[in-house]
Design a protein around this ligand. Structure first.
Ligand code: AMP
Length: 399
């Protein structure tokens, strides 16, 4: 079985050809700067350590996908003879609103329902749908499956997802917490449960810390709360996103600086977070290097970031009446021993004991980071969102 996983953005198309059963990645890559001058295709075959970059202008996503298909079937370095070998296509779809609580086989009706949620993710949903349409046009007859970032969080109870705004805003405008990174939270919490021996009852907290970052509370396999909201700007402090802020502060800044809606949107999504405080970079590695050199803003940014992660962990432990395992994933969660260690500082009262020595050693795969005496297990679990998409696609195609 071969599933082509597509993650289509407004000017990019990421892809992987995967065996959903074994997890083997046949090929992986990206088309960048679609519709912008200087576009290129990156194509990699991990099994033979082969990599190629082809610079060619791609005006549309159709041209990009044509290049991907040409690379996949290339006589010299391709991994399939013809596109017929692709059994199904799995698409990352960002916002399913309240309409989708699981992955789904895409047809016209589904596309219309996703389109109806475009207002909730104006940058992502139209691009995602363009990817679906392009695949349908270039690979007719293949099943296309949609896997939503929001679906895993649809099990949240109303007390967790409602905002204390006029109820009419929920009823008329669908304003509520949806949460994002669902495929990652699902993959990591499922892996955590497997590590625990798949108990019937479990309380897991997943910290997905990357450029975008979110925490989720997963009780008995179901998400009961998550830190992102109606949009992915809520919750933790991120690379360039502010996370939780007093909404009154935003109105104040908007008025004082006479910002347009778009300017305010840019401010909270692209100019805040690590970048906003540190001012030199949004990258956690740069932040850590600067902190080592005594940069006070870098220290402040790290303190703010980890204080908030810690507060979310404690709050979700309270929400679930305890926690069995805390998992770290994402570029920062998987790689930064400093951020993990700072985030857990002070949680000893909950029975959280990090093994500093193990935490400080870089090791691939799932790694237990807690001391034997720790009441709460702490793990680093590398996420694999593409594999979740490929597995969901297989499950749906197999009915
Ligand atoms: P992601 O969005 O999941 O790809 O994560 C990107 C973030 O991970 C960036 O802020 C990187 O600086 C951070 N990152 C990657 N490797 C490391 C590392 N070794 N130490 C600290 N942060 C890292």
């Amino acid at each position: 079985m071969k599933v082509l996983v597509i993650n289509c953005g407004s000017s990019s198309l990421k892809y992987q050809l995967i065996n959903p059963e074994s997890g083997e990645v046949f090929a992986i890559g990206l088309c960048d700067r679609i519709g912008i001058h200087g576009s290129k295709l990156e194509f990699e075959v991990p099994a033979i350590d082969f990599e190629i970059e082809i610079e060619k202008d791609m005006e549309t996503h159709k041209e990009a996908l044509e290049m991907v298909i040409a690379a996949l079937t290339n006589e010299e370095y391709g991994v399939i003879k013809t596109v017929e070998e692709v059994d199904a296509i799995g698409h990352r779809l960002v916002h399913g609103g309240e309409d989708f609580s699981s992955s789904i086989l895409i047809d016209e009706e589904v596309m219309a329902a996703v389109e109806a949620n475009n207002g909730l993710a104006p940058l992502h949903n139209p691009a995602n749908l363009m990817g679906v349409r392009t695949c349908m046009a270039l690979m007719p007859g293949k099943p296309n499956v949609g896997v939503f970032d929001t679906a895993f969080h649809q099990t949240m109870p109303a007390k967790a997802y409602m905002y204390a705004l006029p109820y009419a805003d929920y009823k008329d405008l669908k304003v509520r917490k949806y949460g994002f990174h669902g495929t990652s939270h699902k993959f990591v919490s499922t892996t955590a449960s497997e590590i625990m021996g798949n108990p019937e009852k479990s309380k897991i907290i997943v910290c997905h810390l990357g450029n975008g970052a979110s925490v989720s509370a997963v009780k008995d396999g179901e998400c009961v709360d998550t830190s992102m909201g109606l949009t992915p700007v809520a919750g933790l402090m991120m690379g360039t996103r502010c996370g939780d802020v007093d909404p009154g502060a935003l109105i104040y800044i908007k008025n004082k600086r006479e910002l347009t809606d778009k300017e305010l949107d840019t401010r909270i999504n692209k100019e805040s977070g690590i970048l906003g405080i540190f001012e030199k970079s949004s990258d956690c590695r740069d932040l850590e290097i600067a902190r080592e050199k005594g940069d006070e803003r870098a220290q402040l940014a790290i303190d703010m970031m980890t204080y908030r992660i810690r507060a979310y962990i404690a709050s979700y432990a309270a929400a679930m009446g305890g926690v069995d395992m805390i998992c770290f994933t994402g570029g920062i969660g998987e790689n930064s021993s400093l951020i993990r260690s700072e985030s857990l500082k002070g949680l000893e009262f909950m029975g959280v004991e990090l093994d500093q020595e193990v935490n400080g050693v870089r090791k691939k795969g799932n790694v237990k980071l807690s001391k034997e005496s720790s009441k709460v297990a702490i793990y680093k679990i590398p996420t694999n969102e593409e594999l979740v998409i490929a597995r969901d696609t297989l499950e749906i195609v197999n009915g």
